[in-house]
Design a protein. Sequence first.
Lengths: 333, 389
Amino acid sequence: MPPAQPDLPKVRLHVVTGKGGTGKTTVASALALAMARRGRRVLLAEVEGRQGISQTFDIAPLGHRETRILHDRTGGELWGLSVDAKESLREYLQKFYKVGRAMSVLDRFGAVDFATTIAPGVRDVLLIGKVYEAAGRRTGKAGAPVYDAVVLDAPPTGRVARFLNVNAEVADVARVGPIRTQADSITRMLRSHTTAVHIVTLLEEMPVQETVDAQAELRAVGLPVGAIVVNQLRGPMLSAKALKQVSSSRTARLATGVAKDLESVRVRVTNGLVEGLLDDARQHADRVALERDQDAILRDLGRLMVRLPLLPEGTDAGGITVLAEALADQGML
Amino acid sequence: MASRASTVPTLDLATLATDPATRIVVCCGSGGVGKTTTAAALGLWAAEHGRKVVVLTIDPARRLAQSLGLTELDNTPRPVAGIDTSAGGSLDAMMLDMKRTFDEVVEHHAPRDKAAQILANPFYQAVSSSFAGTQEYMAMEKLGQLRAQAERDGRWDLVVVDTPPSRSALDFLDAPKRLGSFLDGRFIRLLAAPARAGSRAGLKVFSVGVNVATSTMSKLLGGEMLRDVQTFVAALDTMFGGFRERADQTYALLKDPETAFVVVAAPERDALREASFFAGRLEEEGMPLAGLVVNRVQRVAAPSLSASRALAAAEQLGDAEEKSTTASTTQGLLRLHAALAETAARQEAVARRFAAGHPGIPSVEVPAAAQDIHDLEGLRAVGSALTGG
Ligand SMILES: Nc1ncnc2c1ncn2[C@@H]1O[C@H](COP(=O)(O)OP(=O)(O)OP(=O)(O)O)[C@@H](O)[C@H]1O
Ligand SMILES: Nc1ncnc2c1ncn2[C@@H]1O[C@H](COP(=O)(O)OP(=O)(O)OP(=O)(O)O)[C@@H](O)[C@H]1O
Ligand SMILES: [Mg+2]
Ligand SMILES: [Mg+2]
């Protein structure tokens, strides 16, 4: 039996992963937008410095300072952040040791580079540490959370389990000490019911395989898998009946009918035209069948499945809003 | 196709792959465009045309790996079954095991007792299995090894290499340097020999700085970590020269005229833009670019019927008072045809624009197959498109 689904409305940290190029940034953006449009205060964060968020919303590049992207009529707000490992280290030193000033010395001796790029796992602790801090941040003494939800545009499936499993990652190099303590508390939050890791995929063999592998890896390290988001779907162009007809082994009668139909609307039926149309339709039918198989593999994972259409115009000009509404309609918030 | 051939120089991979002077083909490009497929297809084609080929693949899709007999991850090339050897060629294939390749480098270069120490060090383990750039570095290392073996025992006369999945094709050229500069890193050196560095600088303030740096780091990470880094670096020091030299040699190999880079791209704006960056970079580095493979190009089987005519006809059929039994299917066929023809036209426009902007880069198109390419038959079809057959 598959493990219980995280209770999505209660989730405070949404982590979005998937094979490269499947639509992680797009889906993370749409999810954050959908929540902001429903009156929630949401932070959307990226950790690889790629400026995917600012490109998606067509705004100035984001930095390590949280910046408001939009304010909705409902009172909801969307904030953006591009986490920088060095800045996180500086904040961290300042907060725990009051040694923010030491940064320049550390920097001069290459220790900052060492900690933020080389020391295994430390970079990831610093990056997720910032997201963890934002998710848990509270205002004033009463302590209402600053953000109702945080959405993380995470690294791709191949790296995500390692990235999120910071605890094990730093275990080798930092067996004691504050980095270790920090990693432990991050891990507690990530494994709790307030986190969900969503996986974005296409209905193609490799992304689906990676989704299946990632789900197993995430489960093995105790991280809660949320929804499977099937992105860039094209509806079948042919009816079920037509798909069956073109895939049948005998299409001679169909070909005659099609030729007559074409002539009736004065399309000149040249040599090979009907055969060509049927050939393409057969290939299309093969592809639809393949997609159906992949869909079944994903359904077997027993997670919430969310399906998003391929937007012919791409994600500009309101496209993200269309996807945001589709996510909301399908129960992802 | 014919209309394009007159304006775009064609990439003649058949001549390239059969030319005995071509000893290395590197297939690169951004993520998911078809690098692995192209490498395998070109390797297979060359083997079936008389070359003795070894293909180095990186993370092939599972079913493709099975068809190539890549079921054992033992980091050595094995013969591929089911190929036509009548032209006197042969095909071996392997899947890169990055960690194992790194281990072998250590074992080869470090004295035996030091090697064991390095292999057991947690820093080494992390760097060899997860450092960004290690895969690229090890792909180059393996390429160097295969090329050297080809020279030594004559088992191969052509090495075809796939490159790791990454956002940018440039990573393949840049990542190894990044790893090199890590191993050369200043802090690492300081940790390895703080006393030496301090006295050489001859300045008290310098060693004070080092102390602040190391003590802050050990506060953060715990003292044990520093000891681990120190032993790692000390051990690595003993083999560092050989390591560096090796990487430099492989890099030089990439500039040799016996090497040909093939850039793979999808017929989309972003992918082609990436390809053009990469082509520019190869030129800067003096690395020989053979040309561009535009992969997964949409073809239509009935090109005589235009998209707009097909749509209009579909509409007319829908409006007709009397409908034949096949009318709705015919409408579907016409709409499908129109969608495919539109995609094909859009791709062709993008490709044409690229060609106009890069008149010096020959290219060849590979049609999109309906299914994934996962067996020798599929690879042969791609190989035949690649070589214009
Ligand atoms: N549903 C959709 N309809 C149309 N275009 C889409 C859709 N989803 C994503 N795209 C487009 O696909 C491309 C890749 O999407 P995106 O950048 O979100 O992927 P990613 O997984 O974040 O990629 P990377 O691995 O490079 O970070 C973008 O150009 C995006 O606009
Ligand atoms: N011409 C083609 N027609 C149909 N499918 C193709 C074609 N070329 C590649 N594919 C399919 O596309 C997918 C990606 O191809 P491939 O693995 O070769 O890309 P890659 O560039 O090596 O990807 P990565 O960057 O992840 O290593 C595979 O499933 C492959 O079968
Ligand atoms: Mg992205
Ligand atoms: Mg590949």
